[in-house]
Design a protein around this ligand. Sequence first.
Ligand SMILES: [Zn+2]
Length: 263
Amino acid sequence: MQYKIAIIGGSGVYGLFKKAQKVPMKTPYGKVENLTRAKHKEYDIYFLPRHGPKHSVPPHLINYRANIYALHELGVSKIFATNAVGSIDTSLNPGDFVIPDQIVDMTKHRPLTFFDGATKINFADGTSRQGVVHLDYTNPYCPKLRAQYIRAVEDVGGMVHTKGVHVCTDGPRFETPAEITMFQKMGGTVVGMTTVPEAILARELKMCYSTLCLITNYGAGIQEKISHEEVVELFKEKTDTIKEIMKKIVSQTELDIKCDCKD
Ligand SMILES: [Zn+2]
C-alpha cells in the first residue's frame, strides 16, 4: 500500500526534495504546475510551493481550489502545510513555531468552497458530497496531524506553541496596528494570509490538514515596520530546522493511521 501525503510550502519553503519528479495536473478549477512527487519508503510525498517556485503568486491570487482538488485527484489523504505568520500575542516571538488549533477568517474576496450547489465530489471510498454542504468545523485542523507536528518540532529542539488562533487576512499588504489590536481583542495568536481557504477546502475534500506556522515578525504596531524581506530572511535561517521537521514527519509510521476528523 502506497500512502500519499502532501506538503504545502509557504513563503520561504520552495523545495524540500532533491529527487522530485514534476507532476503537472489539470483540474476543473485550472492547472497546477508547481507540484512535484518524491518517494520515501512506502510514501508518495507531493510537494506544492503555494506561491510558485519563485514566489510569484501573491496570497490573494493563489488558486487554492485547483491546488487542493489536484491533491484530492492524486489520492492524498494528509496535508502538512507551512505558513509564515506574524505574532499578535506578544508572548510569542519571531523564530518560534506555532501549531494552531483554531481559525478566524477575516478574508473577504476568496472562493471559500467547492460546493456551489451543483458540484458533486466523489471520494475513493465510494461516497460523494453534493449540493449544499454545511461541514462541522469545530476542529478546523486535524488533531492527529497537529500532534505529529508538535512532536516533530520538539524532536528537533524547536520552540513550539502547541495551540493558537490563526487569523487569516486577504493581504497582500500587512495589517494596520488598529487591525492587530482588534485581532488581539478577538483572541488571535498569529496572523497570516493563506490558511483560508486552504484548510477549509482540504476538509471539504476529506483530507487531514494541519499547518506549521513560523513566526517571522511581530504584528504591526508591536514592531515598528514589517517587510517581506524579513519574512523570507527568517525562513532562510530556519530552512534546515523546517527540513528536519519534515523528515521527522515523513519518517513517522503513524502517517498510515485512520482519522475521522473530516468525516
Ligand atoms: Zn485527521
